[in-house]
Structures are given as C-alpha cells and as structure tokens.
Write a protein that binds this ligand. Structure first.
Ligand code: K7E
Ligand code: CUA
Length: 762
C-alpha cells in the first residue's frame, strides 16, 4: 500500500513537473492564475493594491486598536501594517510603560489613584488646519475610562493622557474642530458629574450626561485642562459627536440614545436596558454653539466641578447654547458634510438615514421656532423643521463618510452587511456592496474633512467569520478595502487585524506626514526636551549615594558603556542610557535578566530604567535589537553582591593573552581594510552623492564610524608604545570593528548610487 501511494505521488509530481516545465523557469502570469485559481478581477484587485518592495503607500491610516488600547497604523492601498502606537496599554517593544519616561505618560492616565493598564480606543482624529488634516497630531479616546490621549506624529509616540474630571465613561471623542482649537469628548452612560454616589432612584435628578471641549495648545502639543470646559446635558447617553465646518463653523453636534432615561434592573424583575432604551421612536440630536459656550465659560459663568469649568444646563439654555432635534432611534453616527451644510444621522433601529439641513436648523434657532422643551427645559426643534431628506439605505445604518464627488456619501449598513453609496443632497441610493461581515464604521480618504480625497473606502467589519485561515474561536477583525474610483464600488482586499477590535480609523495622504528619523542626542522623547541625563561618549559614570546607585551610560554599535555594573544587594539602581547613533533605524534595546527591566532606545533617545537589586547574583544584560554583526556581544554584567560579601584572596580578572605578534596581525588586517574603505570613499566622493539623500545619509554615518575608528587607532598605538600588547591588541580590534561598520555603510551608499545611476561629482 505504502509503495503504491509513493509511486502515485512520484508519478503525479513528475507529470506536474513536465507540464509546468522546469521549476527554475519563470511561470507565466496565466500559469500562476491557473495554479492559484485566480480570476481576472482578482488580478486587477492585486495590481491596484500591490506595492513593490521599497515602494510607498499613497495613504496612511490610523485605526483605533479597540481593547488593545493601541493605535494601529497601516498603508493604503497595500493594507500593510506599519506600526502599533502604544497609547493606554504598556507595550514592551517600544518600552512603553517600562522606561520611567513613558511610565510618567501612563501615570497621567491614573484614575482615583489607580493604574489603568488598558484602554478601549474608539475614535482617532488627526489634527486639522482649515478643516483638513495637517498631519501633526493624533488624538484618541478611551471609552471604558473617560480619557483622551495625544500622539505626536513627529515621532508617532504618545505624549499626553488627560482624564475626564466629570464623566464616568465616554464615547463621543475624539473629534477636532476645524483648526484643532478643541477636541470633543461626550459622555456615554449617565452618572452624577464628578463621580459622586447617587441611587438610581434619583436618575432623573442627579444623573447627567455632557460634552467636554478640551482646549488644544498646538505649539506645546498639549491639551490644557485648565482652559477646557464642559456643558452639562440631560442623562440621554450622549454618543458620537462631530464638529461643524465652513457653513456650520462654531457649532458641534452630538447624538444620543436611551433618551427614555431607562435604568434597567433585570434582577429586580424589570425588563432589560435593551427593551427600555428602545421604547420610543426617536432620540435627540444635541446642537451646540461651542464658540459661544467658550465665551460663556471664559466669562466666569461656569461652575467648578473637580476644579473644572462646567456650564450647567440652566446657563446653557439661558445663553442659547444647546438645542435638541429628534433623530432616528438609537443612532450611532453624526457626520457633517464637507461643506458643513448637512448633518447625516443613521439610527440603528431605523432603516432610514436622516439628512438635516444646517440652514433650516439655523433659521429655526433664529426664529425661536421650537415645538416644545424637554424635561430639563432645552428647546426642541421639530424633526420636520430641520429635516432635509430621509433615505432608506438598508438595515442597521451606522456611520457615514464622504466622497470627493460633491453630494456623495457612504454609509455602513450593519444588519445588511453592506456599504451604501448614496446622494445625500438629492436623497438617492446609488450603489450597494456586500462586505464580510457586519460593518461598523467605514472610512474614506480624508473622509471627514472639508476636502475628501475619494479613491478608497475601508470597511471596518465586526465579524470575519470565514474570511481567513481559522485560528481558534477568537477571530481577527477584518478591514476590507473598497475601490470607489469607478461607477460601481468594488472590493479590493481583506486585511486581518489581530489586536483588539478597531472602531474607527482615519486616513491621510502619506505626503502630509513628516516623521523624524532621529532625535536630537539626549532627548526625553515623551517630553521632547533634552534629558538632564543625556550622556555623551566619554561621560559615562556610575555614582553611589548611600543605597542609591545611578548609572549614566551610552549605547552604540556594538557596546553598552558601562559593561560591568557592580552593586550591593538591596541597592536602588537607576540606569540612564543614551543611544549615540545618528544612523537611520539603529535602535538598541536593553534588558537585565530576571529583573523585569526592558527598554528601547531609538537614535538620539535618552531613557531611564530603574529597579531595586533585591536578589544577589550574576545577571547578564544585553541589547535586545539585532543591531549589528556583533549584536550578541553587545552585553554586560550586573553583579549583585550578597549582603556582607567579602572578596576572597586571589580574585583576579582572567589573565592577559595577547602579545606583540597578535597586535601586528590585527594592525595588518586594519591596514588592508582601510584600503577597501578608501576605494569605496573615493567612489562615493567621485559621484554627485549629495544629490541622493539616502546615500548622503549613509555616507555621513560611515564618516562618523571612521572618526571612532581613528580614536581607537590612537588608543591602540598608545598602548603599543608602552608595550601593553594585550590591551593594544584589543583596542586594535575595536578600531577594526568601527572600520567594518564604516565599510558596511559605505558599500550600502555605493550600491545605492549605482542603482540610482549617480553621475560624476560636479
Ligand atoms: Cu460605531 Cu465607538 Cu464609533 Cu464601535 S463606534 S462601531
Ligand atoms: Cu544594539 Cu543589539
């Protein structure tokens, strides 16, 4: 039996081999299509999204990472993941929450004296100038714990976390005003403002919702709690928000659900929340004059709650800051059109998507054309008065984004598992495309700005079900890329996202981002300031003050200075390290075995790790990034001497082992290496290399390595002159190490120039 099946396998593979021709010859496109079962459409989709090696994506997307508390960065159209930005959750690779500098950022997010080690990120927002993305900052909210974080897109690092002083949860953030004056955050589940206790029996009286306008200081890159304010709102479960723009500049919109103010209680024999919160036909859209509200707060008409300015409802009503309009039941998105003239809202429990006219709303407010007031005295504008049109798009409509074509929008249909393309001005459905499955948010390029770019739509799907190789009951999320450039929408590709459930994502033209590749030497990257612990080569030191041991060290290929750190059991150890590299992508890591110490140093960065050396023993430390051929040798020892340890007589470092012959051999190698390097250098300097940024940067790095080599050469020669052959040989070896790095960089520069077809030097 076995023989027979072997024979069959052999024959089959032989015939396949004969039919397909020798495996070494290139397969034709047709052959590949046949072998992989691909259609013409598949090929077209692949061609539209493929980015060859070294190529760049046209857009960069920032997606919330859901329960991971991170932000996920990926390219469009390739859908290649580029980075996870650690925001609310510790992340070891970036050492976020491991070094003292990033711990300080996470500590800003403590609540009620408690570390919160995760976040439920929902809505990222890119900073805007004149209503369009400017690529400078990214904001993201934490729904579970009412917080907003600020990420600087100069280096894609989280710089600040602010905690809501008044809410117990939130959802309607982060969204920014046209010039990023404010970042909005709306409460979700009502609770007494400021966190006090009150029984549910007093829900209508004591529980409140609200919106916070966080003031952003662009120059400092920081939200300013002292200049921020909130508006008290009824306990209607405020949901998503959006800022007005152009026509509706100065206003903001926040929708709500459960305006029934139901309080649940299954265990008390009452129907559940889901029944009580869907009893009515409509909920309320909150229309807020934030510009005027800012003046009211500045005029001292706000009440302080936990030191924070809150404009109470009575004041808000009196000053004409807040209005309500009925909206379709249990809505989930409120989206202002690029010209600011329309506000689109879909109710999950209504198959119609509602389009409100800003002009009609404005007219009603001016004419005081209100039907009645809500139980708290807020004026209500009739639905018919404000409505422009309503369009039946499909079941479970949620979120809307806009196209570059005027009047065209895309709305997600959660229940139908479809994306709808429609005309919100003329109230017409244009096209629908099935997605896989149960779409939540969707996103077009610059799709919530004054200037959407069209081209692509991404569907952020809640379920993947059968789309990918099975990996157990917890499935990855599925983001689907859709081509919206043609008459009909067409699906291009699926991207599994295995890191929490993303809710919303925003995509910016890649060219608008200008991230750095290195820091000024000695930068505390979390504050952007030069660290007081910045350490240059030659300044490394270990200091003791009582039980406190402080190390100032450096990292550069391929050694950690110092390499031996000796402390006593029980010492408190603080290690400040600076990465001295200028070269692109030369990050070094640092860990000490068994001490839960971990860090990451990008070129120029200074960061700090600290611990108590409470276990005696020998603990190797090393660099955790494979940074060079001698990366494994980027090592050292932490020696923790037991209490009362006495050195034994005769404890010596290992014996010297190199002599003059070894030294001369090494020097001969170095001289030969230098010849090669000189050849490469004259090749490069003989070309117009300065016109090629990559080659010029590589050459600069190589020149730096050669300077180090020269320093080592001098040390070696000094030792040799004194007859210290052992030491001289080792320094000569280090001289050679720098030569090797210089040669490596130089050759990369040379290859780059050859490939780029560089001409002779001018
Ligand atoms: Cu629809 Cu938080 Cu915007 Cu989830 S949210 S989908
Ligand atoms: Cu530095 Cu490995």
């Amino acid at each position: 039996m076995i023989r027979r099946s072997l024979w069959v396998t052999l024959v089959t593979s032989l015939s396949t081999f004969l039919l397909a021709g020798p495996a070494t010859s290139a397969e034709s496109l047709q052959q590949v299509m046949k072998r992989r079962g691909l259609s013409q459409e598949d090929l077209l989709a692949a061609a539209k999204t493929y980015v060859p090696t070294g190529g760049r994506d046209e857009f960069v997307a920032f997606s919330s990472g859901g329960q991971s508390g991170h932000v996920i960065v990926y390219g469009i159209p390739s859908m290649r993941i580029l980075k996870y930005i650690a925001v609310f959750t510790p992340e070891p690779w970036q050492a976020y929450g491991y070094d003292e500098e990033s711990k300080a950022v996470l500590a800003q997010g403590r609540m009620d004296g408690r570390d919160i080690t995760w976040g439920d990120t929902h809505h990222p927002a890119i900073s805007e100038t004149n209503g369009d993305y400017d690529g400078q900052y990214l904001f993201i909210n934490d729904k579970a714990n009412p917080r907003i974080a600020v990420i600087d897109l100069h280096d894609f690092e989280t710089k600040q976390i602010v905690v809501s002083p008044v809410f117990q949860s939130e959802h309607g953030g982060a969204f920014v005003s046209e010039n990023t004056e404010y970042v909005i955050q709306a409460a979700q589940y009502a609770a007494p403002l400021g966190g006090e206790y009150s029984p549910l029996e007093r829900f209508n009286e004591d529980y409140r919702g609200g919106v916070t306008y966080w003031k952003f200081n662009r120059e400092k890159g920081k939200l300013e709690p002292e200049n921020s304010f909130s508006i008290e709102l009824p306990p209607y479960s405020q949901d998503l928000s959006d800022f007005g723009k152009l026509a509706s500049s100065g206003w903001s919109f926040t929708n709500s659900f459960c305006s029934e103010r139901y309080v649940g209680g299954i265990e008390r024999g009452r129907p559940p929340f889901e029944a009580g919160c869907s009893a009515k036909d409509t909920d309320y859209l909150h229309v807020i004059n934030w510009k005027k509200a800012a003046q009211v707060a500045a005029a001292g008409k706000a009440t302080k709650i936990n030191g924070h300015d809150v404009i109470m409802m009575d004041t808000a009503i009196e000053e004409g800051l807040v209005y309500l309009i009925p909206e379709p039941k249990s809505p989930h998105g409120v989206d202002v059109s690029p010209d600011g003239k329309y506000i689109v809202i879909s109710g999950k429990l209504d198959s119609h998507t509602f389009v409100y006219s800003w002009k009609k709303i404005q007219d009603a407010i001016a004419a005081k054309d209100f039907v009645k007031k809500d139980p708290y005295g807020i004026p209500i504008i009739a639905l018919e008065t404000a409505l422009h049109t309503q369009v039946p798009l499909g079941l479970g409509p949620l979120h809307t984004q806009f196209d570059s074509a005027p009047g065209v929008a895309y709305t997600s249909l959660y229940v139908d598992s479809m994306a709808a393309r429609w005309d919100y001005v003329n109230g017409k459905l244009l096209d629908r495309l099935p997605i896989h499955y149960n779409i939540g948010h969707l996103m077009t390029m610059h799709g919530d700005t004054v200037k959407p770019r069209g081209k692509y739509l991404v569907a952020l799907n809640k379920l993947a079900i059968d789309r990918f190789n099975p990996v157990g009951p917890l499935h990855p999320q599925n983001h689907q890329l859709i081509d919206i450039g043609g008459d009909k929408m067409s699906l291009l590709r699926d991207m599994p996202l295995p890191l929490g459930e993303p809710h919303y994502s925003v995509a910016i033209e890649a060219g608008l981002l200008k991230p750095a590749i290195r820091y000024r030497v000695g930068t505390n990257t979390r504050t952007g300031e030069i660290s007081p612990h910045k350490t240059r080569a030659g300044e490394e030191k270990i200091e003791r003050n009582g039980k406190k041991v402080t190390v100032h060290g450096t990292l550069i290929r391929s050694h950690i200075t110092p390499e031996i750190i000796e402390v006593d059991e029980g010492d408190e150890v603080t290690i400040h390290l600076t990465n001295l590299e200028r070269a692109q992508d030369q990050t070094h890591g640092f860990t000490i075995s068994k001490y839960n110490v971990n860090g990451s140093w990008e070129p120029g960065k200074t960061a700090t790790v600290s611990f108590t050396a409470d276990t005696a023993g020998v603990f190797p430390f090393y660099c955790t990034e494979f940074c060079s051929a001698l990366h494994l040798e980027m090592q050292g020892y932490l020696l923790v001497k037991p209490k009362g340890y006495k050195a034994k007589v005769g404890e010596l470092m290992p014996k010297e082992q190199y002599d003059q012959e070894d030294y001369e051999k090494q020097v001969a190698t170095n001289v030969a290496t230098q010849k090669t390097i000189d050849g490469v250098v004259s090749y490069i300097t003989g070309r117009n290399y300065r016109q090629f940024a990559t080659a010029a940067a590589l050459f600069e790095d190589a020149a730096e390595q050669l300077e180090y080599a020269a320093e080592m050469k001098a040390k070696a020669e000094e030792e040799a002159a004194n007859g210290n052959w052992h030491s001289a040989t080792l320094w000569a070896g280090q001289w050679w190490q720098y030569q090797v790095k210089a040669a490596d960089l130089g050759l990369r520069a040379k290859t780059h120039l050859e490939q780029a077809g560089a001409g002779p030097a001018m």
